[in-house]
Write a protein that binds this ligand. Sequence first.
Ligand code: SAH
Ligand code: SF4
Length: 397
Amino acid sequence: MRYACLYELWSMMPPGRKKPTSILDSPEPAEVRSLFGFNIQQLTDLMAEFDAPAYRAKQLAEAIYRQWEDDLEKVSTLPKPLREAMSERGFKVGLPQIIESYVSMDGTERYLIAGNDGQTVETVWMPDGDGGEAGDGSEAGTDLRRATICVSSQIGCAVNCQFCLTAKLGIIRNLTAGEIAGQVVAVLKRHKVEIGKRRINLVFMGMGEPFLNYDEFMAAVRLLVKEVGIPESRMTVSTSGIVPGILRFAQEPVRPKLAISLNAPNDAARTEIMPITKKWDLAHVIQAVRQVPLRPKEKVTFEYVLLGGLNDRDRDADEVGQLLRRANLPLKVNLIVWNPGPGMPYSMSDPHTVHLFQYRLKYNNLPAYVRRPRGRDIFAACGQLKRTSEKLVQLGG
Ligand code: SAH
Ligand code: SF4
């Protein structure tokens, strides 16, 4: 059995078994252990175990998070004996690997990325964004110097939204911080992105509910900000409304921007499509969002998946308008036309209806944008991530 990192190994130990006192005291020293995912403190502790000075941790972090070196042997800033000692103990860089990729007609790419246990997760590269997630609160537009990576936080999802294909998987497992940040680095490496030259936005909107994997998700954010060098203001996390997660998020000194999947104008309608509403209703979600101290010019995004005939009527738009005006928050609305998937009893709103819905929100003084669907033909669009090998989906329905 392989483990993504030591913490996972510990957490999987049967109760009553003593935790190793030293990183080198692992019960199975021959096992492969990934360094990718260790923060600077953990790397420093590891170097101490090897009797190496703390600056070696910085060199290692530089090699794996900035140079994206995946072979410990090639980390030439570390002395060879140290590298050898680490390899003997089963350490390797362990950057998650892209094992399959699908390219859409619109330039979007979807990847299956494997962690160290061989389980795959999906990540999406959108070369020019999708019109809704620019890091500075403006519309992303179609600027070729910017790109957006859509990152997964879990394999599958427990939340059971009725319109989402990921929900059909159920929850398979949480991803580790290394696996979450590793998706980003694997994709950046694939596209030879020069951080700082190209503007990269991250949206944690792939598979899974980030706030049900809170600690690993936030650890990944910190790695991406501090070690990989992507500003948190270019990151957006979307949640289905996990109130305890939003309240913890409100306390974070370093955090992405927040998006809430609203998807319905009231609790009754939302419960039908997002049963999680029974646990945390809209009033509590909005109350929790109000606790998040926003940065200057920062807005909270409310995402609204338009389901034909179900939540896209004039009166729905007006009710959403009233609800959000009452919330009295700096916010914007991102409208997402539902992306179809097999076996789901919904339909896509027609373009005229989408336009009218947007217009009515604007009439209510709410900034509203329509996200362009990206990569539907390769199952890469919102809510379509299901670890599929399919390349084509029948549109219609
Ligand atoms: N679990 C988190 C983040 C992942 S889902 C959340 O739900 O917010 C990201 C976005 O995709 C959410 O706003 C969700 O409502 C939307 N979505 C899910 N399935 C979709 C589908 N089939 N078509 C369009 N958007 C979808
Ligand atoms: Fe999970 Fe988000 Fe899909 Fe709901 S929409 S099932 S929370 S991934």
